[in-house]
Design a protein around this ligand. Structure first.
Ligand SMILES: [Zn+2]
Ligand SMILES: [Zn+2]
Length: 212
C-alpha cells in the first residue's frame, strides 16, 4: 500500500503551504492509498478526520503528530496512529512519550535526525524510538547517509517519508507496505517487522519535484 507517514497542512502547521484538500487531491492523483496527518504539536480530532475521510473515500486518512522534543526545536519525533492530545503535553519528556507510545501501539519515528544537529541527544543517550527517517524532501544526501549508518549501528528500521508541506512534493519519498493498513496502529507492526519497502530504494534517485 503506497503510504505517506509525514504530512503537514495549512493552516494547522504554520510551515505548510497547501491545504489538506489540495495535498490529499495530489496524493490521490499519485496513487497513494494511505496517509498520516502529522502537524506540529497538533492532533486532528476524530470528528475532523471522519469528515475528511467522507470527502476523500479513496485514500485512508490516519492521525498522528510531530513533536518537538526540546524547547529549541532541534529534535522532532512522529507519533503515528493517535489523536491523543496528551502527547503534546508530554512533548519535552521523550521517555514518557516513548513509553506511552509502546503501551498504545503507536509508532514513534525520529524525524530528519541529521538535518540540524551533529547527532541528536536521543541517539547518543537514548531512549530510542521505534524507527528513524532515512530520506525525505528535507533530508537527503549526506544527512540520509548518516541516518543509514546510525540506524544500522542501533538496529533501527529506516523509513522514507515526504515530510510533505506542499502538493508539489508528493510522490518522491514514501513507503510501500506489504499489507493494507486498516487501522491507525497497523503501521507499527509493519515497520517493526520490516514488512515494507522504501521508495525510492536505497541509493536510487527520487522523482523530480512536481511530478505528481
Ligand atoms: Zn520536523
Ligand atoms: Zn515535519
Amino acid at each position: 500500500m503506497k503510504t505517506e507517514l509525514h504530512t503537514h497542512t495549512h493552516p494547522y502547521s504554520s510551515c505548510a503551504v497547501d491545504s489538506v484538500e489540495t495535498i490529499l487531491k495530489a496524493m490521490i492523483r499519485a496513487g497513494y492509498e494511505a496517509v498520516y496527518l502529522t502537524e506540529h504539536e497538533r492532533v486532528w480530532t476524530h470528528t475532523e478526520l471522519r469528515l475528511l475521510q467522507q470527502t476523500f473515500p479513496s485514500i485512508r486518512i490516519f492521525p498522528g503528530v510531530e513533536l518537538s522534543l526540546d524547547p529549541a526545536g532541534s529534535t522532532h519525533m512522529l507519533v503515528l496512529g493517535t489523536t491523543d492530545q496528551e502527547y503534546i503535553w508530554l512533548q519535552y519528556e521523550p521517555e514518557a512519550v516513548l513509553q506511552k507510545a509502546r503501551q498504545e501501539n503507536n509508532l514513534t519515528v525520529l524525524c530528519h535526525p541529521f538535518r540540524w544537529t551533529e547527532t541528536p541527544e536521543l541517539l547518543k543517550y537514548g531512549p530510542l524510538p521505534d524507527a528513524m527517517e532515512y530520506r525525505t524532501n528535507n533530508h537527503q544526501g549526506d544527512m540520509a547517509q548518516r541516518a543509514l549508518l546510525a540506524a544500522r549501528k542501533r538496529k533501527l528500521p529506516l523509513v522514507n517519508s515526504g515530510d510533505i508541506h506542499a502538493a508539489r512534493s508528493v510522490n518522491r519519498f514514501y513507503l510501500e507496505t506489504e499489507f493494507p493498513l486498516e487501522h491507525p496502529c497497523d503501521i507499527r507492526p509493519i515497520v517493526m517487522g520490516g514488512r515494507y519497502t522504501l521508495v525510492p530504494p536505497e541509493g536510487a534517485e527520487p522523482a523530480p519535484e512536481g511530478t505528481a
